[in-house]
Design a protein around this ligand. Sequence first.
Ligand code: B12
Length: 563
Amino acid sequence: MSMPDLVLLHAPSNYDFRERRIIYGPISDVIPSSPIFEMYPIGFISIAGYLEKNGVPTRIVNIANRMLSEPRFDVEKFLSGLNPKAFGVDLHWLPHAQGSLELARIVKNLHPSIPIIFGGLSATFFYEELIGYPQVDFVIRGDSAEGPILKLMRAIKGGAGVEDVPNLSWKGKDGVAHHNDLSWVPSGLDDIPLDYGYPVRSVIKYRSLSGVLPFSNWMDYPLTAVFTCRGCTMNCRTCGGSSYAFRRMCNRGAVAYRSPALIADDIYSIQRYLRGPVFIIGDIRQSGEEYADSLLRAIRRKGAKGPIVLELFAPAGANFFKRVRDAIPHYNVQISPESHDEEVRYAFGKRWRNVDIEETIKAALENDCQRFDLFYMIGLPKQGYRSVMDTVDYLGRLHKEFDHQARVHPHISPLAPFIDPGSQVFDRPEEFGYRLFCHTLEQHRQALLAPAWTRTLSYETEWLSRSEIADVTYEAALALNESKKMAGLISSGEAQEVETRIKRDRNLINQLDRHIGEYGEAPLGGEEGALCLAATISKRELEWPARSFLRSVPRILWNLCRN
Ligand code: B12
């Protein structure tokens, strides 16, 4: 089997999740991953594709997913069999603070002379602290690593200096950290393809499918994504991907877009292999109506075979959905109103009215939208207990209004486990009514070792304490669960299962709190806190209709033979 120059590793959020019992709660309820966040950054695919195209063989290994799906998977044995020129570890999402550092420590023990490169948004925010860990040799900062990592890999292979590698933090022989300028900030994304042929070829080259799978049930639900941009035009208060955060951390003054025709090609290239839903990241109207129109025209020309999911950053009218319907035969929409309470929504940075959201839903459904997901959040500025419960009542009314369709799916979950670093709330918590328990990378790493999510949570607000956030999360989840059952969105069996899980979690947390109050911190034992895919919903409910990977195998083989 060929040996790659670079091996990109994705760690579980908590490295010891197989031994250590933790009540993870609903921290990953509204995404495909389990609470150990096994999904790797989509940027791994663009980095790997870019490096391979430029003559640097690269392999992605999703250690988190292998640990999750193969209980006996021996990480150290596996890693000791690798001998690349460098390892890359993502610290993109801050919930990986413990897992990524621990995995890198293990790699360093096994291979002391192979350099370890960190990257991703959290690595970018905490670069000065991160480079101080002995297991970290390099940090590539910024929202775009393709150019810098190619230059770094060439320097590592050729034994050259790294002083002129842009965006790079590195340590000299004396251990002193140096920080090169963060100057590689592409203003367009047309030279950075998202080549989904890469994972397919990689499975054959490295004879491993499980290592490249993005999340645990991906084979049944082969969800993929394409991106329209890097950066964002929005400024949501807690978001580490807001325009404020990108400017502050990544030197990004303006959003970089990918040309509509190339995005249509990306979708087409995915659908040559797979028929799962393709999620278009970023509202296609962000760069203006003309951009959205050209993208829709390009998709129409190429022909969209499977379902496509669009996200909206603001309400939209019938005119927009008519154009979408004409271009995409099977489309779904998602939007995040955050709260039904307009004052809360405004305080969060979104200035839309409920009536506009309701009109948007109506217009989408009238124009053949197959499914409309709405995401609401707990832990927002100006949001108290009553406000959260009123949101759930409001969602009940929405169900009634649209329930004959069973196409409208609202979700509610807490902002957890951490406030995004680089966001406005992270920088100025008091101004928005927040109190943060964690500030440094090390504090976040330690917080991930707590026995329950309620103790990992990095904040509370003027309106909700940490324990109130947990309480109202479970209360709201129970009420929404009931309302979804009544609306026929989930079966009574599913609703019963969710209710049992919520009650069990709440009980465990109460017991734990009592125990800690009396005897101090203690780990959980036995079956308590066993890893569940979701705490307050049934994961299946999130899924857009998809054809399983196995049903796509003939198409994959056919396309590989043609290449
Ligand atoms: C799409 C998206 C998702 C998708 C996942 C897509 C994916 N697999 O990457 C979904 C919806 C599943 C998701 C989930 C989550 N997300 Co999210 N997500 C985004 C979003 C909107 C866009 C990301 C994107 O398009 N990236 C473009 C791709 C091409 O680039 P990339 O993956 O970032 O990788 C580039 C660089 O980051 C860097 N890089 C990344 N890894 C590495 C590793 C190395 C070694 C190197 C050198 C470089 C490098 O180089 C890459 C290529 O240039 C951002 C916000 C934003 N505007 O960016 C939030 C964002 C990244 N997500 C965030 C969060 C918090 C989460 C969750 C933890 C939320 C939760 N509790 O459920 C989960 C974690 C998921 C998991 N690991 O299982 C925060 C991260 C804040 C932080 N610093 O921790 C962000 C910033 C904003 C937000 N709140 O949504 N997310």
